[in-house]
Design a protein around this ligand. Sequence first.
Ligand code: MV4
Length: 664
Amino acid sequence: MFETVLIANRGEIARRVMRTARRLGLRCVAVYSEADGGAAHVAEADAAYCIGPPPAAESYLRAEAILEAAKAAGAEAIHPGYGFLSENAAFAEACARAGIVFVGPPAAAIRAMGSKSEAKALMQQAGVPLVPGYHGLEQTADALVAEAHKVGYPLMIKASAGGGGKGMRVVQRQEEFLEGLQAARREAKSAFGDEKVLLERYLAAPRHIEMQIFRDDHGNAVHLFERDCSSQRRHQKVVEEAPAPGFGAAMRQAMGAAALSAAEAIDYRGAGTVEFLVDGDGFYFMEMNTRLQVEHPVTEMITGFDLVEWQLRVAAGEALPASQDDILANGHAIEARLYAEDPAAGFLPSTGRLLHLAFPEGAEGIRVDSGVRSGDSVSVFYDPMIAKVVAWGPDRTTALSRLQRALARTEVAGVVTNLGFLQAVLSHTRFAAGVVDTAFIDQQRAVLVAAEEDVPEFVLAAAALAEMAWRREDARRAAAASGDPHSPWQLSNGWRLNAETHSDLTFLSGEEILEATVHFARDGLRLALPGGQVAAAAEPLPDGRLAVRLGDAGFAARVLRQGLDRWVVVEGASYRLTLGDPFKGLAGEAAASGRIVAPMPGKVTAVLVQAGDAVAEGLPLLRLEAMKMEHTLTAPHDGVVEALGCAVGDLVEEGTELAVVVHS
Ligand code: MV4
């Protein structure tokens, strides 16, 4: 076994590989771009090397920088993870030339699977079922028209150099073939620099079922059952599970044998996945992935094996740790991919800093492979995956309900995520029934992707109550800092100078303006919300959330702030609000009359003018520290400072008059 392994990747897969490598006693070396200096995988490594600027092409795709780091670190092996250089034959060869073991298949096997038509020819020889079609070298229009006629319509034209859904066109009838062929060629040429195409009979709504295989240097080969990855959105997997729902033993046995024939045909080594299209009671080779896949945890959870351990052992020349008879499927596992993307905005990435990230701790059957922690950032430069949440259960129903509960207890603030979308997919009747095919998400998009929803009133209430708690806390801290033990600010029961006072709050959510008023009465708080008034209370919980009571309803909410942004997380759903400019409300009205009042409680940190000074509109008059921020209060119009109602160090209440500017 190796002593030192370098992980040529980042995020959750880098941490996941290191978790196994560490368990095996290996020294782990990380590589990182300048954007990942503070990343988790760097912190967890025994050594780490910066390999370049943030863009992947200048860092994680730079073979020579990675090899240089491996040599400097004395790594005997490099694990490529998935994506980046994991299926790059030239990189595998460069590792071999450098005398470093590439934890993956031989370069020749990667190459053989790189071209769809070559892969199909190899599979045909190996007796692996193919979708009826044509994948020969004849590429003239006439030859292809004749072949299309044999295939029959509707058919699919696929770029031979394509993959992952790129370079595919459906042609419904013969009259449209030539136009479809020219378009497919143009796309293939521009996307892959190779306009070779193949034809296949079109399968209307197939399932995507893939078989995990492993092969070592000693002629041993096994499959580790199948995974159903049909829940995809634009060829991006969303949810994966093992075993495939409703999958019969006969097809499992036949598909396993076909996958092993495929591996043997290309003298495969290591972990591989053979992807099939399943249509009715037929299955057809689609493509072979020569890397460990994102969704491998569901296979690990039903078989109990650690596939990264197998990869490292096989790459070190050891025999497979188990024979086919040792590999049993126990229970059911389902994985959901949590992304920092905004479903309501066409799933655009939502990058930024994670104010808060928390997963349920110690939940039965739950595994979370996360690439980031609270406080880390989701970068614009890379795939915006946050984590994979995986649930195992003795049966699919239990696995599904455990996953749903784990997602309901997942808290993310700071970026928008697809969490609500994942919950919608998992709670859809078709998913629950296990009758999902590759068209499911596209067909059900309208119900799965909730339009930007209005902010529920209970969320606005939680934000308003949290705001008041923060202001009280900020004021108390300021008073404590001022050393005045008798300051009324020391009181934390919400007591105010006047018996009945209130605070008007305005929040923005997208275009929506949300207003709430918190009334402080001697007998407690009342909230005036768009839907009416309600008695309210909020108590901090030990885990940092707020226990909110509205009338006789109660719930717990985590409310976080960054600048004027407020994030409210309730039951796994996150809502982003922005506190309206406090200087627009109460303070704004007063300013119109030349009165400068404190828009919220705070401490005067600077008085920049004197009574009698002539001032121009916009000139800074004073500075107020409030909500952990410095606010500058300016002259509302040209004029003269008539009065100053404060001095540096004063603790002022919301509404206190600080200065008056009269027209000159
Ligand atoms: C197909 C097909 C229907 N008929 N081939 C999509 C990506 C690439 N891996 C192959 N894909 C398909 N090939 C024939 N002859 C439908 C798809 C397909 C698909 C396959 C698997 C998972 C998701 C998919 C989404 C759309 C289309």
